[in-house]
Design a protein around this ligand. Structure first.
Ligand code: SAM
Ligand code: SF4
Length: 429
């Protein structure tokens, strides 16, 4: 290091004059294109309404029964926000990789409301129609043949349906309005109408109140038997704003599985999925023969830009994260007043970029070590030499010179590997 500094020592003289840094020789066309923002991006649209308030749900959603008259106004403001933000951030010419309508429950919108939003996107994003994937979240009771036909005509290619359980007693305890039969009916309609156009994902929740090994086994087997292309299993987290926290943690009125029991449920689900050839592509989603992947999720986890429209939605543009207000009263007021409903942001340092890349990238089960070295000029193996050999010895990961891969044990422990690696990088800073 000292020898390098000695070699770099400059003779004192008045020339050359330095006009900028780095020198023009380092400037290139690619950086210009990046600045003008021609890289592909994803679009997220948030619909904050639900037909019910599920006892486990931590999302900030509004029961449609209390808000129905306002949904039209929300849709109108959403379309206005799409016009304004696309213009402000010059998004209109960018290629679109994937579109995601999430919530809440987007499928409770009327066909006219959904069409209005898609039309606004189409008007503003020149390449909207050439996207790779269009995902739409749905809830069983809001599914009808006619609504599915509309989604089909609007170009939806991935329907993601919340189910949580296929056992009536467990569904009932979770505060949801449908039962097992209605769940099958909704899946059947979606499969019939969308055949050849969309893949279907269904969400299950492990760790629901009242769940036993028997009920969990039934749910997993029934989910597989539907033949959907993708099954996601989230681990239920009892957040303080949920009814399940109040009843199960604070008052001890309903039985919640322990962490160990839940871990055994998940391990059992993984065995069943493997047997039925549902392969993992993230640590909570398993797809039939590896046929389906959420392009939206994998793209944003790999760091692609995305813009979030709607109350509380957030996005990432270049080295900035930006988020809209989460206040459902303020959102239409801000848009109505001619503003963007943005409320806060965050600017990434290059160190943050590195941490995020690892934390989010590992969720996709394999991580490109060579790419990391090329982008950051340093090996992840060197940065994480304090923990990586132990993770490998304990059977959480396999490491080759090019790639880090989660083992089944690593997958079972969710974000553990990503967190440990990214915390190690953070601590070096
Ligand atoms: C926005 S909802 C999707 C669709 C629709 N609202 C429904 O519930 O049918 C997305 C998923 O979040 C998951 N989720 C909700 N509350 C959760 C919690 N407390 N812990 C983990 N996952 C949760 C559920 O599996 C749910 O299907
Ligand atoms: S799980 Fe889905 S339907 Fe239930 S409250 Fe949450 S977002 Fe709404």
């Amino acid at each position: 290091m000292i020898a390098t500094i000695e070699r770099l020592q400059l003779e004192p003289k008045r020339l050359p004059l330095i006009t900028n840094y780095p020198s023009f020789r380092k400037w290139n066309k690619k950086a210009l294109e990046d600045k003008v923002g021609q890289d592909p991006m994803c679009i997220y649209v948030h619909i904050p309404f639900c037909t019910q308030r599920c006892s486990f749900c931590y999302y900030k959603t509004v029961d449609l029964k209390e808000y129905r008259p306002e949904v039209d106004t929300y849709v109108e403001m959403l379309c206005e926000e799409i016009n304004r933000a696309t213009d402000r951030f010059q998004l209109g010419d960018r290629p679109i990789k994937a579109v995601y309508f999430g919530g809440g429950t987007p499928s409770l919108l009327t066909e006219i409301q959904t069409t209005k939003i898609v039309d606004a996107l189409r008007r503003n994003f020149k390449h909207f129609d050439s996207k790779d994937q269009f995902s739409f979240e749905a809830e069983p009771l809001t599914i009808s043949r006619s609504k599915m036909e509309t989604l089909k005509s609007l170009g939806v290619t991935r329907l993601s349906m919340g189910m949580q359980s296929f056992v009536d007693d467990i569904i009932k305890l979770s505060g949801r309005g449908h039962d097992e039969k209605q769940a099958y009916r909704a899946i059947e309609i979606a499969q019939e109408v969308g055949a050849g156009q969309w893949n279907i994902n269904i969400d299950l929740l492990s760790g629901l109140a009242g769940e036993t090994p028997e009920t969990w086994n039934q749910s997993v087997k029934r989910a597989i038997a539907t033949g959907v292309e993708s099954i996601t299993v989230y681990k239920m987290e009892a957040f303080a704003n949920t009814e399940v926290f109040d009843q199960g943690v604070r008052k001890d009125e309903v039985a919640l599985p322990t962490d160990d029991q839940e871990m055994a449920f998940m391990a059992h689900a993984m065995d069943c999925f493997e047997e039925a050839n549902y392969l993992p592509w993230s640590f909570f989603t398993y797809t039939k023969n590896g046929c389906d992947e959420s392009q939206y999720i994998s793209s944003i986890w790999r760091g692609m830009d995305f813009y979030g429209f709607g109350v509380s939605a957030f996005g990432s543009l270049g080295d900035h994260l930006i988020q809209n207000t989460s206040d459902l009263e303020k959102y239409p007021a801000m848009v109505g007043a001619g503003e963007l409903p943005l409320t806060r942001g965050y600017r990434f340092t290059t160190w943050d970029q590195m941490v995020r890349e690892v934390l989010m990238g590992v969720k996709l089960l394999s991580f490109d070590l060579k790419g990391f070295k090329e982008r950051h000029g340093v090996k992840l193996q060197s940065l994480c030499s304090a923990v990586l050999p132990q993770l490998e010895a304990d059977g959480f990961v396999k490491v080759s010179s090019d790639e880090l891969t989660l083992t089944n044990k690593g997958i079972l422990y969710g974000d553990y590997v990503g967190q440990l690696l990214s915390d190690t990088i953070k601590n070096l800073h």
